[in-house]
Design a protein. Structure first.
Length: 200
């Protein structure tokens, strides 16, 4: 059997295990270990001692070796749990959310902060906090691990970041505003978002 075919077979078996499709799981595990033994796979590519997140990583490895993409259902229809350490350290950008009316927008910003690998969210004014039910709904759990700090004054937040080497970046729309694609981004930055309708 060719290497790509072997990798595809291992990925198929792992998919069954990850998605826990009824009575197929014990059989899939036995088959997986049979093939793993036959191919003399190292311990890093065996099932012993692996949690769900590590199984997904192994699944991705085999799919890549087989020249295939990743199947969305493996990621969307099960909950692997949180890793103990992040895959990558956050980049040195944070977001200051001042006077946002919409709790949903605040939660979406928290979730986006996680998606882009930023280091945290700062709140000021009447922006809702992470305990608000709508913020929780929109953040989809990210509020549990993204650092979030509330400031009495947005100027205190800005001052602290300036003193610690962050460039201040205010996002705005308008005819005379530079395009985000043309901005030269600094190594460290605080991105400021204000009210949806009115300037601060």
């Amino acid at each position: 059997m060719k290497d790509k075919s072997k990798a595809k077979r291992m990925a198929e078996l792992l998919r069954v295990i990850i998605l826990q499709l009824g009575d197929d799981v014990p059989r899939a595990k036995r088959e997986f270990e049979t093939y793993a033994g036959w191919m003399k796979l190292p311990e890093s590519e065996r099932l012993t001692g692996k949690n769900q997140a590590q199984l997904i990583d192994l699944y991705k490895t085999f799919r890549t070796q087989a020249g295939l993409g990743f199947e969305r259902d493996v990621y969307l229809e099960q909950e692997p749990g949180d890793r103990e350490t992040p895959n990558e350290m956050p980049i040195h950008f944070a977001v200051l959310v001042h006077n946002l009316r919409s709790a949903f927008n605040v939660g979406s910003i928290i979730r986006s902060t996680d998606c882009f690998g930023l280091e945290g969210v700062h709140l000021s004014g009447y922006s809702c906090g992470p305990d608000h039910v709508t913020v929780k709904s929109a953040a989809r759990g990210c509020q549990e691990w993204i650092p979030i700090k509330r400031w009495e004054s947005p100027m205190d937040c800005i001052k602290w970041h300036r003193e610690n080497g962050y460039e201040i970046i205010a996002l705005e729309t308008g005819e005379d505003i530079p395009s985000i694609t043309e901005v030269k981004w600094p190594e460290k930055g605080l991105i400021i978002l204000g009210n949806e309708d009115r300037p601060p």
